[in-house]
Design a binder for this molecule. Structure first.
Ligand code: SF4
Ligand code: SF4
Ligand code: SF4
Length: 324
């Protein structure tokens, strides 16, 4: 019997999702022995032409990691869709836009200027920026066009499965690969994660105490048994899907929300604000007034990076146009 064909494809990524596959250890060797890898440029010397040359619809499972930040990513995503029976948005960048999605508060021009002109270590007095098309020694050179708006994978192509996490938890990677090998993938649209929130899975004691101040992580030594949020440390657990087994919280570090919004949440940041409002108002029957909520929220030093660190492109805001 022919082995299932698998592709592992990189968009705009730190490649952490890719490397997390190595954490599978001996299981990865079993998987590799039972599938035909048709494209995995990190794993071996594959060229794009290898993927282009397989028949349309012949790749059984493609893991696509990374956000869509440029024309190269978009073309690759569309190619992958044509070639694949099932596409997994693999990791939080592919699922929600991830860390690259924070660029949606800026523009491509501003990002290019920061990267190539304004950083203190850059010597570029002429202010030269990479151009999509240029000519050198009689040859035409082409670079991808960087987009103003960063997108998640399903904002560019239809996606069959989602596997959030930065990177995704090993147990779900294993689950998806085993399902693909046995031809028993779940119904389309399935999210390889828990249906519950991280707080539902967290073992810390919740004492239903009012939140009176927000503290930065370095400002206190948190009690390792009590809920971090109740100690004033912003932990995204109430607004975040579980399934990761809470490695950060277990190590006394607040959850940053990498598994994305809980299934019922329309917007992870809004859900977190509502969770905050509810613990500020624990002593009130009528809810919290703005004059209590706003000063508390103003103590959050980086609201965007706190509430939308992994999911700005899929949030209700999606993109913010900078004021000039
Ligand atoms: S989800 Fe995290 S580990 Fe994966 S590519 Fe994005 S930033 Fe890297
Ligand atoms: S807010 Fe954080 S520390 Fe508190 S219960 Fe939820 S996940 Fe645990
Ligand atoms: S605890 Fe939060 S930040 Fe850490 S892995 Fe889980 S979802 Fe991600």
């Amino acid at each position: 019997m022919a082995k299932p064909k698998v592709a592992i494809v990189l968009g705009s990524t730190c490649a952490g999702c890719d490397y997390s596959l190595l954490d599978l250890g001996p299981t990865l060797l079993d998987v590799l022995a039972n599938v035909e890898i048709v494209y995995w440029p990190t794993g071996a010397d594959f060229k794009l032409s290898d993927l282009e040359s397989v028949p349309d619809g012949s790749v059984d499972l493609t893991l696509y990691e990374g956000a869509i930040t440029n024309s190269d990513n978009e073309e690759l995503a569309k190619l992958v869709r044509r070639k694949s029976k099932a596409v997994v948005a693999y990791g939080s960048c592919a699922c929600f836009g991830g860390i690259p999605g924070l660029a949606n508060v800026s523009t491509a021009d501003d990002i290019m200027k920061t990267a190539y002109v304004e950083t203190w270590s850059t010597d570029n007095k002429a202010g030269m920026l990479p151009q999509p098309l240029s000519k050198a020694d009689g040859k035409h050179l082409e670079l991808p066009v960087t987009y103003d708006t960063i997108r998640a994978l399903d904002q560019v192509i239809p996606v069959d499965y989602y596997m959030p996490g930065c990177p995704p938890p090993l147990s779900y990677i294993e689950q998806a690969l085993v399902a693909a090998l046995s031809g028993k993938l779940p119904p389309r649209g399935h999210v390889f994660a828990s249906e519950r929130s991280l707080c539902d899975e967290c073992k810390r004691t919740k004492e239903k105490k009012n939140l009176t101040a927000i503290k930065r992580f370095h400002e206190i030594i948190p009690d390792s048994q009590r809920c971090l949020l109740e100690q004033g440390i912003l932990c995204m657990g109430p607004a975040t899907r579980g399934g990761c087994k809470a490695p950060c919280v277990d190590n006394n570090i607040p959850c940053r929300g990498c598994m994305g919004p809980t299934p019922e949440a329309l917007d992870q940041g809004a859900k977190m604000l509502s969770a905050l409002a509810s613990i500020i108002a624990l002593d009130q029957e009528t809810g919290v007034s703005e004059d209590r909520l706003i000063p508390l929220i103003q103590q959050v030093k980086d609201p965007l990076g706190t509430f939308y660190r992994f999911g700005l492109p899929k949030s209700m805001f999606r993109r913010v146009i900078p004021r000039r």
